[in-house]
Design a protein around this ligand. Structure first.
Ligand code: SAH
Length: 331
């Protein structure tokens, strides 16, 4: 099994992402003789061997899906040895650093390797990631994971304090990514690592004071186009909702052509309603009939009006960190 290349059937030693539900995914390494206990029952690892990735496996009290790992699924399931970066920030980083197959990228610290997996996937098969971590065990665990995930050819994992000892790379990188408590201490070394043609740098810091110090150091070392932003994910659930319809006495008025309305034949008041926990919006569980053009509003006998809307969730993920991007132009 490799994160680098999809394959069809599960084999001994593979990393499989067990999908129990949308928010409950578990990574397991397949070892025949072992059993994975979950809320749907006992899953013998041997039952997965020879099964196609993506299959549904029935258990005593339900079922699970066995998924092929991807960097995105890994970010959702990675054992946390540190705070990690999530897909919302990661996608912005990959885009803003202009990463593509063939790019060479430098990262510190490696942490739990959540971002590293996406960086590798973005630059492979011809690019390379140099990732640095000063915590010995973490550096070792990350290196082992890269190997187990079939990524060793695309990454060099180094145990080093990059603030004290620098990256020790001369003009090889297209991009540098920093997720460190004191990033300003290694900006000079990051500059040295970037190619003479220049490149992009991204710094991730949770506090604005860190951002200020990092920006000062970046400016001092000749980086330009400094931009700091924060990525906040906002999901919308598309739901059928009902609202009371005010009687404005405009029974003969037509709505615009684009409006989608509900036929007055639908018995709205007899429909089954339930509260959606995530959005806090009342959902009409039973499908309703739509007509393309509506001149029915005024003729509706019911007091409610049913329509489709995008409802934000009650709880939205908050601040993770500030992303500062900068460009180093050719010297
Ligand atoms: N981006 C990572 C998480 C990084 S957490 C992820 O997505 O998984 C920050 C890491 O930086 C920690 O593991 C910490 O040990 C490491 N670190 C802190 N200072 C460092 C330094 N001077 N040199 C190298 N690594 C450092």
């Amino acid at each position: 099994m490799s994160f680098a290349k999809y394959k069809k059937l599960i084999e001994e030693g593979d990393t499989v992402i067990l999908y129990l539900s949308f928010n409950n995914l578990i990574p397991i390494t397949v070892k025949s003789g072992q059993t994975h206990q979950n809320k749907y029952g006992a899953l013998k690892h041997s039952e997965m061997i020879g099964v196609a990735y993506g299959s549904k496996i029935n258990l005593k009290k339900g079922y699970v899906y066995v998924l092929h790992p991807t960097p995105e699924l890994w970010t959702q399931t990675v054992p946390h040895r540190t705070q990690i970066l999530y897909t919302t920030d990661i996608s912005m980083i990959l885009t803003q650093l202009d990463l593509r197959p063939g790019s060479v990228v430098v990262e510190s610290g490696t942490g739990s390797g959540s971002l590293s997996h996406s960086l590798i996937k973005a630059v492979m098969p011809t690019g390379h990631l140099h990732t640095f971590e000063f915590h010995k065990e973490r550096a070792g665990q990350a290196a082992e994971e890269f190997k187990a995930h079939g990524l060793s050819d695309y990454v060099t994992a180094i145990h080093r304090d990059v603030c004290g000892e620098g990256f020790q790379l001369d003009h090889v990188a297209d991009a540098v990514f920093l997720d460190l408590p004191s990033p300003w201490e290694c900006i000079a070394s990051a500059k040295q690592a970037l190619k003479k043609e220049g490149g992009r740098l991204c710094n991730f810091s949770p506090c604005i004071e860190q951002v200020q110090k990092a920006c000062e150091a970046l400016s001092e070392h000749g980086f330009k186009d400094l931009t700091t932003l924060e990525c906040l994910l906002r999901n919308f659930a598309v739901r059928s909702v009902k609202l009371p319809l005010a009687d404005l006495g405009q029974s003969e008025l037509e709505t615009p052509d684009s409006a989608e309305c509900v036929s007055n034949k639908v018995k709205v008041s007899k429909m089954d309603h339930s509260m959606d926990k995530e959005s806090g919006v009342k959902e009409v569980a039973q499908p309703f009939k739509k007509v393309p053009k509506c001149d029915l509003i005024g003729k509706m006998t019911e007091k409610d009006f049913v329509f489709q809307t995008g409802a934000p969730p009650v709880n939205t993920q908050g601040h993770t960190g500030f992303l500062t991007f900068a460009t180093l132009y050719p010297s």
